[in-house]
Design a protein around this ligand. Structure first.
Ligand code: BTN
Length: 246
């Protein structure tokens, strides 16, 4: 895993179906850790839980980094935490915004989504061959489609001015070098900055909604929710809605 920003190798594309798909295919073809794939637009961007991820050409930083970590499959949540944190730090350095982190890996400003993170792995049994951490950050996107208007935001909306995707990418790779090199420290800082903790939440899960107070993130990355009727429930996957301010 690169520990020095100079070891990142950036490939830029005008258009790709998905930077995550491209980076995973490159990994299977033998690409080294440190490959960074950036696209101006994606025609089949991938989101969490099988959803699509959309942004107009040039409006978002669409980036995937290829890692070959010495981790077990059940430790891969550490990379999404480290990637989320590194992007939050980059946005803070470049834009002066301090995004809130929402479990498991969203960046929010004012409860609107600024960025999402999707890690995908090439796993063979207990061996992790490669992991791609992909991030979509809304950078210069001023007019959202109706379905996103109430739930999304961008760096340009929040700062009221232009924001350079290249500057955010540089800052992200600098912070990613630090965060991916020390995953325990990254997870501790991610947990400390996680705006979800202490909040009343609703978690929309495949098995149905769950309401309670988000009390912690376990070392395995699950969200621990204290409920009125089931005690503490460990959530492995779902969409969290913050129900009221902390
Ligand atoms: C989410 O659902 O919140 C995660 C979205 C992740 C989107 C990014 S954009 C760059 C990378 N390539 C993809 O196809 N997806 C990720």
């Amino acid at each position: 895993m690169p520990e020095d920003p100079a070891t990142w190798t950036v490939r830029n594309f005008a258009s790709l179906d998905s930077t995550n798909r491209y980076a995973l295919a490159a990994a299977r073809d033998g690409a080294a850790a440190g490959l960074v794939v950036v696209a101006e637009e994606q025609t089949a961007g991938r989101g969490r839980l099988g959803r699509s991820w959309i942004a107009p050409p040039g409006a978002a930083l669409l980036v995937s980094v290829l890692l070959r970590p010495a981790l077990a499959p059940d430790e891969l949540h550490l990379l999404t935490a480290a990637g989320s944190l590194a992007m939050a730090e980059a946005v803070e350095a470049v834009c002066g915004l301090r995004p809130e982190l929402k479990w498991p890996n969203d960046l929010l400003v004012g409860d609107r989504k600024l960025a999402g993170v999707l890690a995908e792995a090439d796993v063979d049994g207990s061996e992790v061959r490669a992991v791609v951490v992909g991030i979509g950050l809304n950078v210069e996107w001023d007019h959202f489609p109706a379905e996103l208007a109430e739930i999304a935001t961008s760096c340009s909306v929040e700062t009221g001015g232009p924001v350079s995707r290249a500057a955010v990418l540089d800052a992200f790779l600098t912070r990613a070098s630090v965060r991916f090199a020390d995953l325990d420290a990254a997870f501790a800082e991610y947990r400390a900055r996680l705006g979800t903790l202490g909040r009343a939440v609703r978690v929309d899960r495949a098995s149905g909604p769950l309401r309670g107070i988000a009390v912690d993130v376990a070392p395995d990355g699950t969200l621990l929710v204290e409920t009125a009727d089931q005690g503490i429930v460990a959530v492995t996957a779902g969409d969290v809605v913050h129900l009221r301010p902390a």
